[in-house]
Ligand binder design. Sequence first.
Ligand code: F6P
Length: 329
Amino acid sequence: MDKNKEIRRIGVFSSGGDAPGMNAAIRAVVRTGVYHGLDVFGIYRGYEGMIEGDIVPMSKRDVGNIIHRGGTVLKTARSERFKTSEGRKTAYEALQRHKIDGLVVIGGDGSFTGGKIFHEEYGMPIIGVPGTIDNDLYGTDYTIGFDTAVNTAVEALDRIRDTAESHNRLFLVEVMGRDTGYIALNTGIASGAGAILIPESTIDLDVLMQHLEKSGKHKKLFSLIVVAEGNENGNAQQLANEIKKRFPDYDTKVTIIGHLQRGGSPSAMDRLIASRMGYAAVESILQGHSSKMVGIQNNQINLVSFDDAINKSKEIDMLQLKMAGILSL
Ligand code: F6P
């Protein structure tokens, strides 16, 4: 049922770190909007572009040939100005000039925090689509970009394995994940790593080295350790320095995959969830929902409040970490 019949013009934008699959989500929002007879506008560079009035009309043809492309055609930014009430006022005035009466934001928790405040201050209907490689949002099993990032990291690990094995080296490979270990855990399991170090779990270096030596007794003479960048015991370089000091017999190397994980053509899974979520975002805003994020749980679309998506934490499955340890022996 259309509770908000007055919504006629919506704006779509990407915000925060780019993630592969964002273009598929933009395409879905624009085409679903056009299907419903809405005027759809693209807002460039997230909240920054909104403040600057960098807003253009988008037709269904404008989003042709982008479903397979990484990055975001609308570009993105992390806006400091939108954190100020003055910045938000300027953004609202820009939206008013274009008579935009609804928004779809594709981003992570920072982007949703901005959207929630904007909705509270100006009553602007806004729906979020989870786009971040970190997969750290409550209320959805997957965020757009996570699957591609994991696939990219696994491909890198497979390559590093070749050289690690040839030289009998210990490699610490750092993957992204500012506060959470989802990328590290999934990459580590899928690449058969000897150990996985994530922010959600602490590990004693002696225990870690004992674990690796145990593997050595089974004639496993090289090791791959996947480290999440936000790891509590230190990042890959700090850990490598410590290992070199305390276990000089190991030929220890570090690889930081970094922003490589954010680029590239999105996986089929990311294109699929982005299409479903983008479509659902427009349907939801037309049904009168606001300040909510579209998620997918148990393969079903669901809505979760921005409050929950931002404040509740999606717990890592520690049994999977335990399993990874057993499988690496
Ligand atoms: O939130 C996504 C993410 O890729 C994190 O994993 C990483 O810590 C951060 O963005 C890097 O941000 P930036 O590209 O702004 O350096």
